[in-house]
Ligand binder design. Structure first.
Ligand SMILES: Nc1ncnc2c1ncn2[C@@H]1O[C@H](COP(=O)(O)OP(=O)(O)OP(=O)(O)O)[C@@H](O)[C@H]1O
Ligand SMILES: [Mg+2]
Length: 448
């Protein structure tokens, strides 16, 4: 960054230098033109000048040179007169130069070296009628003096630029350091957290600037990560714990198994039953794990009436009950048909488990207040108010253990995951006339 600024400044300084140099040249050329014009006008009025040396001598006394300028005249190739003001260096004493300039018959200009540096000169030849001699007026400008002035100015400019560059660099460094310190702190803390895998640590950046806002965002991300990891850890703990029970049961049966064929057959049946249960549990756990990930739902157009009726048809296989369809919504919505069927089948399986052989189970659907409601109602014992929240958690079974046919407590957790994946909820309430009514409510995403 500083290098770019330095480069730009150097370019600007060199450009200024070049422009000023050109200006000096232009000014000197204008001065030459001006002097020639003055001489011409003087010659036109000096009617009493009979010869070249009078004319030139008169002109010199009449027209003094500017500062850092000198005039002298040449007559017949020899130095003639020098202007009264003493110049920084004498040029008329340079014989070779005088001889060369004395030959000029046309106005010429050029450059030569002198004791006071480079000099730019112009030679204006003069002739007077009736005088055979040739004279020249030489106008010399001490060019180096002007160039030195420009150089001085450039030197000051360069020094000033360098000083501001250094100052700007130092200020930039200081400001960057102040801005970057908290950023570095954030980075170091973040590194410490990832090194120690300690998700309970948080960044502490006081203030209300962007960096502390960044730290706040980072902390909130850590909150969510910590929570997500905790949920995952609980999940794995629960799953491991629950899977240990059937494994223990299986091992117990196998260890106690005798040689009696009947005994073996009975053990085999028990073990197979237990393995089936494990298998179902693993499937359910996988479903729950998938529900946490994107892409869990496969959304399509679902005919609610069709869905309701087909669930009842499938559910009949779960048990001999009085299966009924309550009410059917005539609507087409966007949803995952498979997952909704799965949820309703879980509710139907629960209903079968909690009703007697002549029990009545009713399935229904309705569209109400911009939401789709799907329900399964039974005439069993219902769910006590105290249990209505917690039964939806995984591995929670209410009403105590009921022996070998007890479930894993994953069914309602799956139903809730499916409802939530659709942006909805599931709840249980008292069914009119006793029993439980489980209702899935999801926002309506209608298709016309
Ligand atoms: N229709 C219902 N009537 C009364 N209680 C119910 C009903 N459905 C569920 N419950 C209660 O909620 C608990 C949790 O049900 P959930 O479906 O989650 O587990 P589960 O049926 O015991 O096991 P799984 O479904 O994994 O085989 C049940 O143990 C039961 O006590
Ligand atoms: Mg269940």
């Amino acid at each position: 960054m500083l290098a770019v600024v330095a480069l730009a400044l150097s370019v600007a300084i060199f450009a200024t230098w070049a422009i000023l140099d050109r200006l000096i040249d232009d000014r000197i050329d204008a001065e030459f033109g001006n002097e020639a014009e003055k001489l011409r006008r003087y010659a036109a009025t000096a009617v009493d000048a009979r010869d070249v040396d009078t004319l030139l001598a008169d002109y010199l006394s009449y027209n003094p040179p500017d500062e850092w300028e000198t005039f002298f005249t040449i007559v017949d190739g020899r130095p003639h007169k020098v202007t009264g003001v003493p110049p920084p260096a004498r040029l008329d004493t340079d014989d070779a130069l005088v001889a060369r300039l004395g030959r000029a018959t046309e106005p010429v200009s050029g450059e030569t070296e002198s004791a006071a540096g480079t000099v730019r000169y112009a030679v204006i030849p003069v002739e007077v009628t009736g005088d055979a001699r040739r004279g020249q007026l030489v106008i010399a400008v001490f060019y180096d003096h002007y160039r030195d002035e420009v150089l001085d100015a450039m030197r000051v400019l360069a020094l000033a630029s360098l000083a501001s560059l250094v100052l700007a660099g130092a200020a930039g460094w200081f400001v960057a350091g102040r801005v970057l310190t908290p950023v570095r702190l954030v980075r170091q803390t973040a590194e410490r957290i990832s090194d120690s895998s300690d998700l309970t640590r948080r960044l502490d950046v006081p203030g209300d600037d962007d960096v502390s806002a960044l730290a706040g965002t980072f902390n909130r991300m850590l909150d969510r990560l910590e929570q997500a990891f905790a949920v995952q850890r609980d999940f794995v703990d629960d799953a491991g714990h629950e899977l240990r029970t059937p494994i223990t049961v299986i091992r117990g049966h196998l260890e106690l198994m005798g040689d009696d064929p009947d005994d073996r057959a009975e053990t085999l049946a028990l073990v197979t039953d237990e393995l089936d249960r494990m298998n179902r549990m693993v499937d359910d756990l996988l479903t729950l794990a998938k529900a946490e990930q994107p892409g869990f739902l496969d959304v399509e157009v679902v005919e609610l009436a069709d869905l309701t009726v087909s669930v009842v048809a499938k559910a009949r296989a779960l048990g001999e009950r009085r299966w009924r369809v309550d009410e059917v919504a005539e609507a087409r919505v966007l949803a995952d048909r498979q997952r909704l069927t799965q949820a309703l089948m879980q509710l139907a399986a629960n209903a079968v488990r909690h009703t007697a052989a002549d029990g009545r189970i009713t399935v229904g659907s309705a569209v109400q207040d911009g939401a789709v409601r799907l329900w399964v109602r039974d005439d069993g014992p219902g769910v006590p108010i105290a249990d209505r929240e917690r039964i939806f958690r995984r591995f929670v079974r209410a009403g105590g253990r009921t022996g070998a046919h007890e479930g894993a407590g994953l069914g309602l957790a799956i139903v809730r995951s499916i409802a939530e994946a659709h942006g909805g909820v599931v709840a249980v309430e008292d069914a009119p006339g006793g029993g439980a009514r489980f209702v899935i409510t999801i926002p309506m995403r209608e298709v016309r």
